[in-house]
Design a protein around this ligand. Structure first.
Ligand SMILES: C[S@@+](CC[C@H](N)C(=O)[O-])C[C@H]1O[C@@H](n2cnc3c(N)ncnc32)[C@H](O)[C@@H]1O
Length: 237
């Protein structure tokens, strides 16, 4: 991973997203062929939100998932939390994102009391945190009993020829696109590296169980390179 050893991961991640904030959305569309928009719609659908409920979109970045929440269920109290303020500034300037309650926060130490939210969702957050276990325990803590969690993230490519082609795409095409579009080649080396070194979808599902969640499920998208996990906090503990 392109993480200098003297720099803690969270500091490296925050500085990296601060540098690419202005071009983050356009790079996402390019890297995924626009599929990321479709995955965020699924994430919100799996959160089963109702009017009047509260939702935390953690690692909200420029707020695309939070915006989709408000598009699907306009009456949801939607908090977008992230520790890279530069990403949220980009989102906050967009007219369609004015209803989001933006909040600077660390996913590993959430500034909310227990049982605050009906749902917690995240997109491409978990592979960036220092400890997935701590981040999931925090999400569990702030959820109300019966609350839902949904996480969208990349997952290591499958084996075989398809996996080889995907690894070549991650290793060569994405850094090239990143340097052409954002001028930040190293950031777009970190992103593919963090994908190949992240937990498999099965291992991530086990991390949800360790955190206390039940009814843990996942499905893969994009030739097995992206996974959506969803689970619940038990009603009685
Ligand atoms: C790849 S971006 C995803 C943004 C958005 N969720 C999306 O779907 O496009 C990951 C975001 O997670 C944030 N992030 C990473 N680690 C974090 C942490 N420990 N606490 C809060 N935010 C974090 C980054 O700052 C970045 O904005």
């Amino acid at each position: 991973m392109v993480t200098p050893p003297e720099q803690p991961k969270d500091l490296y991640v925050r500085r990296m997203f601060a540098r690419i904030a202005g071009r983050y959305d356009v790079m996402n569309r390019l890297m995924t062929g626009g599929q990321d928009v479709f995955w965020r719609k699924i994430v919100v659908r799996y959160a089963h939100l109702k009017n009047g409920e509260s939702l935390l979109d953690l690692g909200t970045g420029t707020g695309d998932i939070a915006q989709e929440v408000l598009r699907q269920v306009p009456g949801v109290k939607t908090v977008g939390g992230d520790f890279t303020l530069e990403m949220m500034y980009v989102g906050r300037m967009q007219p369609t994102k004015q209803q989001i309650l933006w909040l600077g926060c660390d996913a590993q130490k959430l500034p909310f009391s227990a049982c605050s939210f009906d749902a917690v969702v995240s997109g491409f957050l978990l592979r960036n945190v220092t400890s997935v276990d701590i981040a999931l325990r925090e999400q569990y803590r702030v959820l109300k009993p019966g609350g839902r969690v949904v996480a969208l993230d990349t997952t290591p490519p499958p084996g075989g020829l398809v996996g080889k082609i995907i690894r070549l795409y991650l290793r060569f095409v994405i850094p090239l696109l990143g340097s052409l579009i954002s001028g930040q080649k190293d950031a777009y080396q970190y992103l593919p590296n963090s994908t190949t070194s992240f937990l498999s979808a099965n291992d991530l599902a086990e991390a949800f169980v360790r955190a206390g969640f039940t009814d843990v499920n996942f499905e893969k998208k994009m030739l097995g390179t992206v996974a959506i996990h969803w689970a619940s906090k038990p009603v009685s503990m």
